[in-house]
Design a protein around this ligand. Structure first.
Ligand code: ZN
Length: 166
């Protein structure tokens, strides 16, 4: 079971335009997960890493406590893209994360969990496994089971649900 926290480094919601980035909330959620002995899987928007050096440095110092995943170069609808362009974008994001944190990145956690045959081919070409089995904290509490539990560190309701799970 992977605890998958989406939209890491993303400044604002791509659908609602509201501010999401919050370093203090991220630290609170991370320290809770680490205190329970779990790894914190982070789905990173790679284009925004350099905008938030305090978050970058915090993750870098504690990198053994994380599982690193690509959520996209930007938070975009890859299902509208060709596999060639998806592969280029995901490879760019993977390289950026690997260079920044000196880690190996194996996961693609798709934005909105949207996948298509082209998205899957593009991710494979970028050297990433696509996460296709997921539920939410709400779903997990209702008894749904999947490889990953998705939540957002900035969503207080989902953090409350996570605390009932771990
Ligand atoms: Zn997202």
């Amino acid at each position: 079971m992977i605890l998958r926290d989406d939209d890491i480094f993303l400044t604002e919601s791509p659908t609602q335009g509201r501010q999401l980035y919050n370093f203090e909330k991220f630290k609170t959620v991370h320290e809770y997960i680490a205190s329970k002995g779990h790894k914190h899987a982070i789905a990173i928007i790679a284009a925004e890493i350099e905008n938030y050096p305090e978050l970058r440095d915090y993750i870098l110092k504690r990198k053994d406590e994380f599982i690193f995943g690509v959520h996209g170069w930007a938070h975009t609808h890859y299902i509208k893209w060709s596999f060639e362009n998806t592969a280029l974008s995901l490879e760019r994001a993977k390289n950026k994360i690997e260079e920044t944190f000196d880690v190996k990145v194996e996961w693609f956690f798709p934005p909105w969990n949207e996948v298509s045959p082209d998205v899957l081919i593009g991710a494979t070409r970028a050297g990433l496994d696509t996460n296709r089995s997921q539920t939410s904290t709400t779903g997990w509490l209702k008894g749904e089971r999947a490889d990953t539990i998705c939540f957002h560190y900035w969503n207080d309701g989902q953090f409350g649900e996570l605390k009932k799970i771990i």
